[in-house]
Design a protein around this ligand. Structure first.
Ligand code: VG1
Ligand code: CO
Length: 579
């Protein structure tokens, strides 16, 4: 093949957010838009690292992925990459990409050094919706800020990109295609999307005990992939390996537009699953399954449900941490430590304290956990945004979380499957609260708010912070039944491994009784601004841990909305989504 240098000019706004560059498809399909970003990434990595490299290129299968994969293959060839690995049909979940980078050995003994992941995660897909791209490093985790800043800087001054005149590669058929270029050979290998990931899961969990649970008539199961890429793994793992009924899989055929839905596993968007689990207003007569779970578009998020019962993600990671050593073989030697993102509730902190584990609080976004894991400081971590994972890879992992819960259920029910009462998801959570106390938790999202109004709201909250006396006067004027603000700041994180500092990671108001209000602007949206408001309250008294959470949190919500002047700044009287 021949390589050409194509002249180009910069586009505004190619700054990677919390997890890569996410924009509307109509933005991405502009000539040179994707090319500029990919070349800027190669330049940020430096030619030395790119030449001879093996790169993974795949994603959640959303609209425009197939075109993007062909473009990236041609640019990789032109930049001296030695081989590109593509999941069949361009499908690889985000956790599977991380697993492939870390574990897969190519037919010629090669190992991958990085990946372009094509996804906008939980954002909708299709010609009028979102596309996204991010780069992951040799450890299998998202590029750190040092690299993403460099990529962005390059996009602002890019003058040309390199591309090879290769024909399109058939990515539907497994196999290797060879090409000869000016610098030697270039290969594209298409491989099965699930095998490496399934193998990794089998090395972590006791599949035999999960199989016994899933085949017991007492236990019923349901999994909703929301037409995301999790579908490519669900049948292999839950049905073929673990013996679940095929009818327990919902929306497990990956679609370019996620069937027109919003592939975000929460109580608002996973409607079908929520109804099946007996959690919607229009409950049917059919008895709901004992366990239900859903994934987002790229399968790194999870929602865990019991029969008529919702597990908050903050509780989920705490419960997994509390039970991991007994229930999951991978952790049998003990946990190295645990970590959560700042807005995630402190349920995990309480477990860490009880079990005397190292504990870390990091900014939002999975990239901050990677350093801790690489340094052997953290085994289990999670975020309130339906992300849970461990050091088996360097991304959060939706199917792993489901297998972790199934392992805990299998462990708690070892003696009960043949006789005795099933220990349910709800039992496990209520017992956890009785032991550790409960962190009532909710998040309010105001999506697609006017960007300057959102900025003003945040600036106003920062302006209030130096005078706690004034803040407490306002708070008392709103509600007399909430405790006192004892600390207010903007969260700043110093990475304990490399010493790097991340500032402005969310505005915090901390109360005397452990309650917290946190305000952040989203870094994953593609239009306008999204304000996230996180509300948390700790209840130690086990006679008071069974309340309805919106009711328990009502006073704090009131304070948050009035203190921030939410309606005044945004014009919104209610959030877009409550989780
Ligand atoms: C959101 C979540 C964050 C998560 C990120 C990526 O970011 O809040 O916890 O790590 O999405 O998840 P933000 O900046 O919009 O709050 V995914 O599944 O979109 O890769
Ligand atoms: Co995701």
């Amino acid at each position: 093949f021949k390589v050409s240098r194509v002249e180009t000019t910069p586009f505004d706004g190619q700054k990677p957010g919390t997890s890569g560059l996410r924009k509307k498809v109509k933005v991405f399909i502009q000539p040179n838009y994707l090319e500029n970003f990919v070349q800027s990434t190669f330049n940020a990595l430096t030619a030395e690292k790119v030449r001879g490299a093996t790169l993974v290129v795949s994603g959640d299968g959303r609209y425009y992925s197939k075109t993007a994969i062909q473009i990236i293959i041609k640019m990789a060839a032109a930049n001296g990459v030695r081989r590109v690995w593509v999941g069949q049909n361009g499908l690889l979940s985000t956790p599977a990409v991380s697993a492939v980078i870390r574990e897969r050995v190519g037919i010629d003994g090669s190992k991958a050094t990085g990946a372009f992941i094509l996804t906008a995660s939980h954002n909708p897909g299709g010609p009028h919706e979102d596309f996204g791209i991010k780069y992951n490093m040799e450890n299998g985790g998202p590029a750190p800020e040092g690299i993403t800043d460099k990529i962005y800087e390059n996009t602002t001054s890019i003058k040309e990109y390199l591309i090879a005149d290769l024909p399109d590669v058939d990515i539907a058929a497994i196999g290797v295609t060879n090409f000869g270029g000016p610098e030697g050979q270039f290969d594209v290998e298409v491989f099965d999307s699930a095998s490496d990931y399934v193998k990794l899961m089998k090395s972590i969990f006791d599949f035999e005990s999960i199989r016994k649970l899933l085949s017991s008539p007492k236990f019923t199961f349901c999994y909703d992939a929301l037409h995301g890429v999790a579908g490519a793994y669900a049948k292999r793992i839950f049905v073929e390996e673990l013996g679940a009924q095929e009818s327990s899989l919902l929306n497990c055929v990956p679609k370019e537009d996620f069937g027109g839905g919003h592939p975000d596993p929460n109580l608002t968007y996973a409607k079908e699953l929520v109804a099946r689990m007996g959690l919607s207003k229009s409950n049917s007569q059919v008895e709901p399954p004992e366990f239900g779970a859903a994934a987002d578009g790229d399968a790194d998020r999870n929602m865990i449900l019991g029969k008529r019962f919702f597990v908050t993600p903050s509780d989920s990671v705490a419960i997994i941490a509390a039970n991991a050593v007994e229930a999951i073989p991978y952790f049998s030697a003990g946990l190295k430590g645990v970590a959560r993102s700042m807005p995630t509730s402190a349920a995990l902190d309480v477990v860490a304290k009880h079990l005397n584990l190292k504990f870390f609080e990091v900014p939002t976004g999975w990239k901050f956990f990677g350093n801790l894991m690489d340094a052997g400081l953290c085994s289990v971590c999670g975020e309130e945004s339906f992300g849970t994972g461990s050091d088996h890879i360097r991304e959060k992992d939706g199917i792993w979380a489901v297998l972790a819960w199934l392992s805990i259920l299998a462990y708690k029910n070892k003696e009960n499957l043949n006789g005795g009462k099933l220990v349910t998801v709800e039992d496990i959570v209520r017992n956890h609260w009785a032991t550790y106390g409960r962190h009532y938790y909710t998040r309010y999202d105001y999506e697609n708010v006017d960007a300057s109004a959102a900025k003003e709201l945040m600036a106003n909250l920062v302006k209030l912070q130096p005078s706690l006396g004034e803040v407490n006067e306002i708070v008392k004027g709103i509600r007399s039944d909430v405790s006192k603000v004892v600390h207010a700041d903007e969260f700043e994180y110093k990475d304990p491994v490399d010493g790097s500092i991340s500032k402005h990671q969310g505005i915090r108001y901390l109360f005397e009784d452990g309650s917290r209000l946190v305000f952040r602007l989203s870094g994953t949206g593609s239009e306008g601004a999204t304000i996230r408001l996180y509300i948390e309250q700790y209840e130690k008294d086990s006679s008071k841990t069974g309340r309805d959470s919106q009711e328990a949190l009502a006073p704090l919500v009131d304070v948050a909305l009035k203190l921030s002047k939410m309606q005044e700044f945004t014009g919104r009287s209610a959030p877009t989504v409550i989780t």
